[in-house]
Design a protein around this ligand. Structure first.
Ligand SMILES: [Zn+2]
Ligand SMILES: [Zn+2]
Length: 191
């Protein structure tokens, strides 16, 4: 029982699909300063962030995501040596997803902006509501009432369970962002 959702960047060059598997994803908002820095690096903040500076993310396993067109328009930045790999399009400067810097971690945070839905209702039906808003202390203006100032501890066991299941089932592979151990694009480390 899963739903295939089409992925497409703003200009239509990068395309793919995502398998939405119930019980294997988190639909979240991240308000952290790194997500905001990434959006300003792409020089596209107003298209990427909501009014609080939040990014809408769909966190799932890399094996559920496929990029079938425009692979040569994939870029990657890292905000400092230890940061996440933040993948983006080079055609229209939109975020694609973030991953860990290791190809062996079963985690990808896909930008919901990429996901194509015929209507808001269909989106709600497929993804359900946002279940966590994290790092509210970095909100632009007033923090949304339903946000957590940092990261809710109650989420840790869920994330841990998700990671263990992903490791066990090797859901980190295949990934649209790694060929074996190697990232598919040069990683631009920002200082
Ligand atoms: Zn963030
Ligand atoms: Zn594009």
């Amino acid at each position: 029982m899963s739903n295939i959702v089409a992925l497409e960047c703003l200009c239509g060059t990068v395309k793919g699909k995502l398998d939405v598997v119930p019980g294997s994803f988190f639909h979240v908002h991240c308000l952290c300063c790194d997500c905001q820095s990434f959006a300003s690096h792409l020089n596209n903040g107003e298209k990427i962030l909501d009014k609080h500076g939040g990014s809408e993310l769909f966190q799932t396993y890399p094996a559920f995501m496929d990029i079938s067109e425009g692979q040569d328009k994939i870029g990657c930045v890292q905000l400092g040596e230890k940061g996440l790999y933040r993948w983006h399009t080079t055609c229209c400067n939109m975020p694609l997803a973030n991953t860990m810097s290791s190809s062996k971690i079963p985690f990808v945070g896909v930008s919901v902006k990429l996901m194509q839905f015929v209507s808001e209702e269909k989106k709600m039906e497929t993804l359900g509501p946002v279940t966590m808003k994290a790092f509210g202390k970095y909100s632009i203006g007033e923090m949304p009432k339903d946000a957590h100032p940092k990261f809710p501890i109650s989420y840790m066991p869920k994330i841990l369970g998700f990671m263990l299941k992903g490791m066990f089932k090797k859901k980190y592979n295949p990934s649209p962002f790694f060929n074996g151990k190697e990232p598919v694009a040069k990683v631009n480390v920002l200082s």
